[in-house]
Design a protein around this ligand. Sequence first.
Ligand code: EPU
Length: 339
Amino acid sequence: MIRRFQDYDLSPRNTFRMRAKCALYLEYDSVADLEALDFDALPRPLLSIGEGSNLLFTRDFPGTVLCSKISYVKFFDLGLDEVPVSAGAGVKFDDLCARMCAEGLWGLENLSLIPGTAGAAAVQNIGAYGVEFKDIASGVSCYDIEKRCKCSFKVEECAYGYRDSFFKRPQNKERYIITGVLLRLSRSIRPRLDYGALRTFFPDGDPDSPQAVREAVVRTRREKLPDPLEIGSAGSFFKNPVVPREHYEAIVRAEGDVKVPHYDLPDGTVKIPAAWMIDRLGFKGRRHGGAAVHEKQPLVIINATGEASARDILALEQEICAAVEQRFGIRLHPEVEHI
Ligand code: EPU
């Protein structure tokens, strides 16, 4: 079934809780609904959203916002180690994590508690604690608006990169609607504990259930990140920048005695946590109107009062970018999509 709403207030549909309207808002339950839809008659542009957890609406949207409520979860346990799982694009990603961990299937546990839907996870290549969506995905099902047919992509065809994919390319954004994801999870014990302090949760040896890892990840995230039910935000606001090794070394020299956290990448470049740079510049808790830099994780900009305007958030973004560029010579790029 399709539900249509004209001149629709999107504030309950984006986790930043920005007030913005769209000309038309459509929710659909199945691929058949998409097949029956007259796309030519819809106000343009088109924008597919999941839970709106990575979006910043900076003004009203003149087109159609499409929201998938396709919500099946199927898994095919053939007694083999690898267990294929398919899920509708509208499934809450953390519900999928919770369910698969409870089934004893490994793969999704490090991605616990990330807001958003399965469809959005496939666009954004979500990641946390050393695992990205692409690592556990085998394919993505879509509806092709241009050709008016179903299609699918293998994970290798999705051009996955750090918070990036084929689906983010401008020419694909209005062409493909993600309808489902195909994952490959595992029955055998596979904890991935190398990121940050995750391993310290298991002083007596590796955990033997994905549920145990999920609980550790949930605790870590709850300590650092704002509770989406209480405070509006869109998670990490900026991407972690990647710089040539010489640039990183110049920062190390300039910062003197302080240890500069970093991850060496296989191609010789270096990723520096934006959170560290923002923290070093003293931005924790900095406010602009109703927006603020989160006290516990400065990569997150929050709607502190519940009444922040997009202008407040953009002003804080610019202030942070200018300060980081001046001190470290690095231009930060937002991870959150500005609409
Ligand atoms: N740091 C500080 N001060 C702070 C917080 C962090 O200096 O107050 C430094 C520390 O050196 C820390 C480093 O920043 O080791 C990295 O911090 P953290 O482990 O919290 O991760 P992140 O790089 O800031 C990324 C993702 C998060 C994901 C975490 C955990 C991006 C843009 N963000 O953040 O993803 O949860 O790693 O894997 O890559 C999201 O995308 O919305 C998101 C929350």
